[in-house]
Design a protein around this ligand. Structure first.
Ligand SMILES: Nc1nc2c(ncn2[C@@H]2O[C@H](COP(=O)(O)OP(=O)(O)OP(=O)(O)O)[C@@H](O)[C@H]2O)c(=O)[nH]1
Ligand SMILES: [Mg+2]
Length: 205
């Protein structure tokens, strides 16, 4: 740790940790990534992941997670949030084998979850924005959420997730958000997690 970082750590050691929210569209891998961060640094689990979208329907958290990067350490409260979508189509859940009643219920929970994510966005001190690098990043929901985060002046780490996947196209994410630094990772395998931890420590420290 450099001398400034050490001085800052001593001066602000009693300060409450920043709350950092994982945000993004459904199925981007937020919970998987939150679990990896929490397992690597706090030996805890945050929540359940699923290939059925809108699995997370309430914000869930791991508090006081101390994360070490190349140039410093930061302690953050990590909040995994429900995936945000501009539309919730209950019929899509039927394609995952859910009954009509279960699909309706999941759609209601997903919609409540989006409301919860938007409420929590007003309370966080920083955002880890998670994109699935296997799908086109130019979606309305990304512009909407990134715009709100920018308007609030929130420090943000933009993640291109699922780089272990054969269909991952990190360049498409870099092209779509050329004014931002993109951190490619795999929450599933942990590939490039060190770069993410350095970005977190730098951005939220
Ligand atoms: N190949 C690959 N799959 C991943 C990765 N991260 C997550 N997944 C898969 O993507 C699916 C969605 O993962 P979740 O972690 O539940 O995604 P989420 O963003 O929390 O989804 P919601 O809670 O629905 O918003 C699951 O099938 C995960 O196993 C990754 O880095 N690589
Ligand atoms: Mg989730």
């Amino acid at each position: 740790m450099g001398i400034l970082a050490r001085l800052r750590a001593v001066l602000f050691s009693n300060q409450a940790p920043a709350t950092v929210g994982l945000y993004g569209p459904p199925n981007a891998g937020k919970t998987t990534l939150a679990n990896r961060i929490a397992a690597d640094w706090a030996d805890v689990t945050v929540g359940d992941a699923s290939d059925v979208p809108h699995e997370t329907q309430r914000a869930q958290r791991a508090d006081g997670v101390e994360i070490e990067g190349d140039d410093g350490t930061v302690t953050v409260d990590v909040v995994d949030t429900p995936g945000v979508a501009t539309e919730v189509d209950h019929a899509a859940f039927r394609e995952h084998g859910l009954s009509e009643a279960d699909a309706q219920e999941r759609a209601r929970g997903a919609t409540r979850g989006i409301g919860e994510s938007m409420r929590v966005l007003r309370e966080v001190g920083g955002v880890i924005y998670v994109l699935d690098a296997t799908i086109d990043p130019r979606a309305q929901v990304n512009d909407m959420l990134l715009g709100i985060a920018d308007d609030q002046g929130l420090p943000l780490v933009l993640v291109a997730n699922k780089i272990d996947h054969a269909d991952a196209d990190v360049e498409a994410v870099v092209d779509a958000f050329s004014d931002r630094e993109v951190v490619p990772v795999s929450g599933l395998t942990g590939e490039n997690a060190d770069a993410l931890y350095s970005a977190i420590a730098e951005r939220f420290g």
